[in-house]
Write a protein that binds this ligand. Structure first.
Ligand SMILES: NC(=O)c1ccc[n+]([C@@H]2O[C@H](COP(=O)([O-])OP(=O)(O)OC[C@H]3O[C@@H](n4cnc5c(N)ncnc54)[C@H](OP(=O)(O)O)[C@@H]3O)[C@@H](O)[C@H]2O)c1
Length: 372
């Protein structure tokens, strides 16, 4: 390899070029002077061939593109996993399955596992755990190779309800343990009843039951979802045996939450970005943001890949949902954005007014804002 490269150094090219001028050479070493004519003709032809091939390549690809590729190759790659306090490694990109309908969610999960996903983000309330469980079995991927998250629904926060709710998820998913179990929302309320104010404000009894599930081996890691800093501090003010490993929250271009990301990093809490593309109904707007389109074009990526890469580069787990096979595959092809382009997207996302999308408080008829 080195030998071939040295044949392209400017000096050897210059020497060949001078050779082409024949008689002018006066200081040519004896060995070269005595070369047979056919060797000289061969050398000149080789030089001309390389020279014109090089010009053709540069004119097709553009010099800056060649140099750009080389620059982009020099940046660090994205983490494929994060390590939780338990020591478990959680894959940084997951397939989300909320709103994935019956008879399509199973195929999406199988496509994802074939494409290389090893993380599925589920919840009891998505009502598709059984189909996902079947797909996990059909895929042939060993259980221990896939990270499965599910979530405890609001109706089951009373300590006496936690284990049966978890067992129901385990049965449907066809597994005897979850890698991660989250309190889905900071709201303790059985269907049709007023919410339990004390348990909502301080979910320590629910958490103790989750700790028990870890001790029993039914769950490997526990965490929360949709908790703001006040609620996290309320919970962790209790004498916890296990602190929350994860907080799953809305994070996307429209609601980038830089302060929460900073706080989470300072408190060793991993964030998971849900609705990372903006969520159904908003994804089109996200993928049309000029900065995202420009970065995608510059790097030869799709806008969705740029956004998903940006999330991982910010240090969060990212949970894009898709039931479209080509998109499922597309969304896993992430790579680090060069610093300047990462900063360009970060600046664009954090310069506009924050626009959170998901807030079920009114729909649930509760007399407080779930995010207060
Ligand atoms: N903890 C919580 O309270 C909570 C709340 C919301 C979401 N989540 C989790 O986060 C996951 C993702 O959130 P989300 O579904 O709200 O939003 P999302 O992933 O931001 O957006 C999903 C939408 O984007 C489309 N899409 C996906 N990839 C695409 C691509 N490459 N190009 C164009 N369109 C693409 C999907 O369409 P197709 O499916 O038709 O391809 C779907 O309509 C959920 O599935 C769930 O696991 C959790």
């Amino acid at each position: 390899m080195e030998k071939t490269d040295s044949a392209y150094t400017p000096n050897s090219l210059r020497r060949l070029a001078t050779d082409a001028e024949g008689q002018q050479i006066t200081s040519t070493p004896h060995r070269e002077r005595s070369r047979p004519v056919f060797l000289r003709v061969f050398a000149v032809s080789a030089f001309l061939f390389m020279f014109f091939t090089g010009i053709r390549h540069v004119s097709r690809t553009g010099l800056s593109r060649c140099m750009g590729d080389r620059l982009h190759r020099n940046i660090a790659s994205l983490p494929s996993h994060y390590t939780l306090p338990s020591g478990d490694k959680i894959p940084s990109v997951a397939l989300g399955v909320w709103q994935a309908k019956p008879n399509e969610v199973g195929a999406a999960v199988e496509t994802a596992l074939r494409a290389g996903y090893r993380h599925i983000d589920e919840a009891w309330i998505y009502r598709n755990e059984a189909e996902v469980g079947k797909a996990l079995k059909n895929s042939g991927v060993p259980r221990e190779d896939v990270w499965i998250t599910s979530k405890l629904w609001n109706a089951f926060h009373a300590p006496e309800d936690v284990e049966s709710a978890l067992d129901d998820s385990l049965t449907k998913l066809g597994t005897d343990y979850l890698d991660l179990y989250l309190i889905h929302w900071p709201l303790a309320r059985k269907d049709g009843q007023p919410y339990d104010k004390d348990l909502t404000e301080n979910p320590y009894p629910t958490w103790q039951k989750l700790e028990e599930m870890v001790e029993k081996g039914k769950v490997r890691n526990i965490g929360v979802s949709n908790f703001n800093v006040r609620r996290l501090e309320n919970l962790t003010a209790n004498p916890l045996k296990i602190t929350p490993a994860v907080n799953q929250v809305e994070i996307n271009y429209w609601f980038p939450q830089p302060d929460l990301i900073k706080w989470a990093k300072e408190h060793d809490l991993l964030l998971e970005a849900y609705s990372p593309l903006g969520g159904t109904g908003k994804v089109g707007d996200t993928l049309n943001v000029p900065e995202i389109k420009e970065i995608a074009e510059e790097l030869g990526m799709t806008p969705a890949q740029v956004v998903i890469s940006w999330h991982v580069q910010r240090g969060t787990v990212v949970l894009p949902k898709s039931v479209t096979p080509a998109r499922v595959i597309e969304n896993l092809q992430v790579r680090a954005l060069p610093d300047a382009l990462f900063e360009k997207l970060e600046k664009a996302a954090t310069s506009h007014k924050p626009y959170p999308r998901l807030n079920p408080s009114k729909g649930w008829g509760i007399d407080f804002d779930i995010f207060d």
